[in-house]
Design a protein around this ligand. Structure first.
Ligand code: ATP
Length: 198
């Protein structure tokens, strides 16, 4: 079974993914894999250079500051970059998922509802937290200005729009409560894989 795990910036997707991992569930981190593919894929590198310029790489590494500046100042760059990178990540995820042997696997990504990618999953988990808390977490974690985070949040849907589309919603405020929600969901998903509903 393929499970999507998503949530707005700072909601705690990676934290929740870590809890599933500690229960033995394989997790595919889309952002991390996307960055790897952008640095290593002989198919992607020329396309990215064509779109953003040679400055997108410095000594073979991604020039993340330059790329962020370009794509968050002009949405059309973000859209076109996603059009290049998303299909490569999708293929890589399916290859990886095929190699796993557990009843279900998780793909963690910041954007799954906004681009319809959620439709390919058997079930969707959404992580939520109030916007103010999310801003504070990310400002603290990344030492970046609020405006910078708000610019990224503007590309994501509000929780209220995503909640009706999710099969499971984890409100991640208190970590102990989050961990117990993760355990419950894990139990349900394992049960589902052996039931007729799936
Ligand atoms: P991004 O979209 O930026 O990748 P994310 O949704 O993956 O973020 P995390 O990286 O898991 O979010 O969490 C953001 C920060 O908030 C991290 O520093 C994490 O340790 C912290 N955090 C997450 N959940 C909680 C919580 N319930 N209580 C306190 N801190 C938390």
């Amino acid at each position: 079974m393929l499970i999507g795990l998503t949530g707005g910036i700072g909601s705690g997707k990676t934290t929740v993914a870590g809890m599933f991992k500690s229960l033995g569930v394989p997790v595919y981190h889309s952002d991390e894999r996307a960055k790897d593919l952008m640095t290593t894929s002989e198919d992607l590198i020329p396309k990215i250079k064509e779109l953003l310029g040679d400055e997108a790489y410095v000594d073979g590494s991604l020039n993340r500051q330059y790329i962020a500046m370009k794509v968050f100042s002009d949405k059309s760059y973000l859209d076109r970059l996603n059009e290049i990178v998303h299909p490569a990540v999708r293929d890589d995820f399916h290859k990886w998922a095929g190699e796993q042997t557990t009843p279900y696997v998780i793909q963690e990504a910041a954007i799954l509802f906004e681009n319809d990618a959620y439709k390919k999953f058997d079930r969707m988990i959404l992580v939520t937290a109030p916007k103010r808390i999310r801003l504070n977490r990310v400002m603290h974690r990344d030492q970046v200005a609020e405006d910078n985070i708000l610019a990224r949040m503007n590309h994501q849907w509000e929780d209220a729009k995503k909640i009706p589309l999710a099969d499971f919603v984890i409100e991640n405020i208190e970590l102990a409560r989050t961990a117990s929600q993760v355990k419950q969901i894990h139990k349900k998903l394992v049960e589902l894989t052996t039931s007729k509903e799936f």
